[in-house]
Design a protein around this ligand. Structure first.
Ligand code: ATP
Length: 302
């Protein structure tokens, strides 16, 4: 994504957005409703034209690919498939028109857990089943790059866990996985990296670990020799505050470093608790401003 901007009339859906998605990891694409995630994915897939800037996959625009399904697989809106067809017919038709072997259809129906309903019409499927079918379609061409827009919509807890494991498995195979959601709780356990947007703009492009670290509020440490430990920690560059109950709040060193330092000096430690704002809190704090703005049209009008 390079300086991508997409306007619909006077409304800006995506605003000068630049980020790169790496292979071998799951990248969570997060933002409140209306942040511009679907629009970005539609532009990547050539379904919408950018107003300016560009979205490239493997250095090329989607329209320039000779066999796009073999390069990029996508699940956008699972509800748009032809309801009169069976799951098997739908995938066979997609395979035929993209010169993909029939065997692959059967193995994918098994992979997504739809083998037993392959000959049922799609209109009888639940939303979760349609999501599974959409995922099978995305994987049909065995592409290295995969885009999933809110894939857990409509799935039960088993389905959510299945998606999580599937995404992690695809990334472990070295594929590039971009997964959108408006819920941080989902991403926390699935993604390695996060791209967070709000009102079409980039808010954060960071690893999950870095984001946790950024909002760490220190490590709480309890020791019967707190004074001695505080002195040792301060010497190592940490900032130490002694709490009224005698515990120490340490910043500047993480729990592992504190534990190792104490062990090295044979100072007993009875508690080491990192105090981290949850990722959910962090995400809400990061996006609060954009959400408030977006939900107050009278303010944007001025
Ligand atoms: N075809 C369109 N015409 C006009 N405005 C549009 C169109 N598509 C999207 N928008 C607007 O662009 C903005 C971004 O929408 P988009 O669907 O990309 O957000 P999103 O992050 O995917 O949100 P959600 O989580 O709700 O799906 C919204 O304000 C939306 O109303």
């Amino acid at each position: 994504m390079n300086e991508l901007t997409k306007r619909y009339g006077s409304a800006v859906a995506v605003d000068d957005l630049t980020f790169h998605v790496k292979p071998g990891q799951v990248t969570g694409f997060l933002g409140p409703n209306g942040a511009g995630k679907s629009t970005t994915m539609r532009v990547i897939l050539g379904l919408d034209r950018p107003t300016s800037g560009q979205a490239l996959v493997n250095g090329r625009r989607y329209a320039e690919m000779r066999r796009p399904m073999r390069e990029v697989g996508a699940l956008l809106d699972a509800g748009t498939v032809h309801g009169g067809r069976t799951a098997l017919d739908h995938l066979r038709w997609l395979a035929r028109s993209n010169r993909i072997g029939k065997d692959r259809v059967v193995s994918l129906l098994e992979l997504v857990g739809l083998a037993g309903v392959a000959r049922k019409r799609i209109r009888t499927f639940s939303l979760g089943m349609k999501q599974r079918l959409g995922i099978a379609a995305a994987l049909l061409g065995d592409p290295d790059v995969l885009l999933f827009d809110e894939p857990v919509n409509g799935l039960d807890p088993d389905g959510v866990r299945w998606i999580r494991e599937l995404m992690r498995g695809l990334a472990a195979e070295g594929r590039t996985v971009l997964l959108s959601s408006h819920l941080m709780s989902e991403m926390e356990r699935t993604a390695d990296h996060l791209v967070i947007i709000g009102r079409g703009r980039l808010i954060a492009d960071t690893s999950v670990r870095e984001l946790v670290g950024r909002f760490q509020r220190g490590v709480l440490v309890r020791s019967p020799r707190a004074g001695e430990l505080a002195e040792a920690l301060t010497t190592r560059g940490a900032t130490v505050v002694t709490e009224p109950d005698g515990r120490l709040t340490v910043t500047g060193l993480d729990a592992v470093e504190i534990g190792d330092l104490a062990a090295g000096r044979a100072i007993p430690v009875h508690e080491v608790t990192p105090h981290t704002a949850s990722l959910e809190d962090t995400y809400l704090r990061l996006t609060a401003e954009t959400t408030a703005y977006a939900s107050s049209p009278e303010r944007t009008a001025r």
